[in-house]
Design a protein around this ligand. Structure first.
Ligand code: GUN
Ligand code: ZN
Length: 433
């Protein structure tokens, strides 16, 4: 059976940083879903005419966008959102790590995992690359919640064996054992994929980085995620701990922890040569502007990344970041680029790309999701402005697709998210107002 969604469609066909006319827009659009895939995307009248058997669901007055993709977020950190007034290392010690230690309690972890996956879906996020917990069982709880949620989740157990808190450490042997068990259980199961996840070079010995390398080599398709060049104190300490490395990225590179399946969060302060090597290895960077602002970590040199050819996408970095919404994250990226001395003017089409297709590409799912290309999975969000809301009035006035998109990105919070689907399957539906 095929289903035809009727509403205003907005998506990016390709990377707008590389080629113009990326935005495709149908005011009275039709999105045909067959067996979980996009079967057609166009004007409603013509899609309906060509597919008379399709059942129409009338969502006029609402907007159909590709599901958002969050390329950096921490599952155990929901309850520490909003810890303002500290820089990274202080914030970790006083806010994030005490809560991460509580993940030793599996009941607590299970409860947080459910709240976490529900919050992703309620904000229109259909795919997320997620830092798990430092405990195998709690990371398993996240995968279980993810499997029940229907979302596309890439995640892994967080590995550390020095500094931070000793309750969060694993021996390299235990890190290998627990990670391998999780990979066997969850990698490739349904919409789940495993991501090898050393917290950051600062809290990783060479032995545990070697374990990461082995894990990456042993299983096809496993992803990699970590943090890079976020905070000056962190960077100085990494240089001291790894005197043989040319720079921070050089630590990961030494163990092969880079490449098209790797995503590094932040990279606010790249050293000379690092951007070229990130680009050369096709390693992606997750830009998390709300977190960068909240922790005072710095301004993201987006222009330099793009000029060097580094692929960039967006991450919310909850709980250093301040919420699950990718539209809010995109808006903050825009704000920061406006204020940065060498900032790049971002338009709404580029912001939509960063929040959708760029993310899918960063996590190695560019051929599967991120836009409404025919044959891709039907991962989408249906947004509708609440009656008499400022957004509803802005959309009434907006004439061009770009202006509508700008109004949505500037104002759309979770109250606008009506339905979210992954492979056509409903993973979230707002209660009727
Ligand atoms: N670097 C290492 N751990 C973290 C974390 O939890 N949040 C952020 N923002 N940076 C980190
Ligand atoms: Zn982070």
């Amino acid at each position: 059976m095929s289903e035809l969604l009727r509403g205003t469609i907005l998506h990016t066909r390709w990377n707008p940083f590389l080629a113009d006319a990326a935005l495709e827009h149908f005011d009275d659009g039709g999105l045909l879903i067959r067996e979980g895939r996009i079967a057609a995307c166009g004007e409603y009248a013509s899609v309906a005419r060509a597919n008379p058997e399709a059942l129409t669901r009338d969502l006029r007055g609402g907007y159909l966008l590709p599901g958002f993709v969050d390329t950096h977020i921490h599952f155990p950190q929901i309850r520490v959102i909003g810890g303002l007034g500290r820089h990274l290392l202080d914030w970790l010690e006083h806010h994030a790590l005490p809560e991460e230690a509580r993940m030793a309690d599996l009941t607590h972890a299970g409860r947080v995992a459910k709240a976490f996956t529900r919050s992703l879906a309620a904000n229109g996020t259909t795919t997320a690359l997620v830092f798990g917990a430092h405990f195998g069982a709690a990371t398993g709880a996240l995968f279980e919640a993810a499997a029940s949620s229907g979302l596309r989740i890439l995640s892994g157990m967080v590995l550390s064996d020095r500094l931070l808190r000793s309750e969060l450490h694993q021996s390299p042997e235990q890190a290998y054992r627990d990670s391998t068990a999780l990979i066997r259980e969850y990698h490739g199961r349904g919409r789940l994929l495993y991501a090898v996840t050393p917290r950051f070079a600062l809290s990783a010995s060479e032995a545990i980085l070697e374990v990461c390398q082995t894990l990456m080599q042993e299983t096809e398709g496993v992803r990699f995620q970590s943090h890079l060049n976020e905070n000056w104190l962190e960077i100085q300490e990494v240089r001291r701990l790894f005197p043989w490395a040319s720079d921070y990225f050089g630590v990961y590179e030494r163990y092969g922890l880079c490449g098209p399946h790797a995503v590094m969060a932040h990279n606010l302060h790249p050293a000379a040569g690092e951007l070229e090597r990130l680009a050369g290895t096709r390693t992606s960077v997750s830009h998390c502007p709300c977190s960068n602002s909240a922790l005072g970590s710095g301004m993201f040199p987006l222009r330099r990344h793009l000029e060097a050819g580094v692929h960039c996408a967006l991450g919310t970095d909850v709980g250093g970041g301040t919420g699950f919404g990718l539209p809010k994250e995109a808006l903050q990226a825009y704000f920061m680029q406006r204020l940065a001395p060498e900032g790049l003017m971002l338009d709404p089409v580029k912001l939509l790309y960063l929040a959708t297709l760029a993310g899918a590409e960063a996590v190695g799912l560019g051929a599967t999701a991120g836009n409404f290309e025919v044959n891709k999975a039907a991962d989408l969000v249906y947004l509708k402005a609440p009656v008499e809301s400022p957004l509803a009035y802005s959309l009434e006035l907006a004439e061009s697709p770009e202006t509508k998109l700008a109004a949505i990105l500037a104002q759309a919070g979770p109250e606008t998210v009506r339905e979210v689907r992954v492979e056509g399957e409903m993973v979230y539906r707002a209660e009727a107002a």
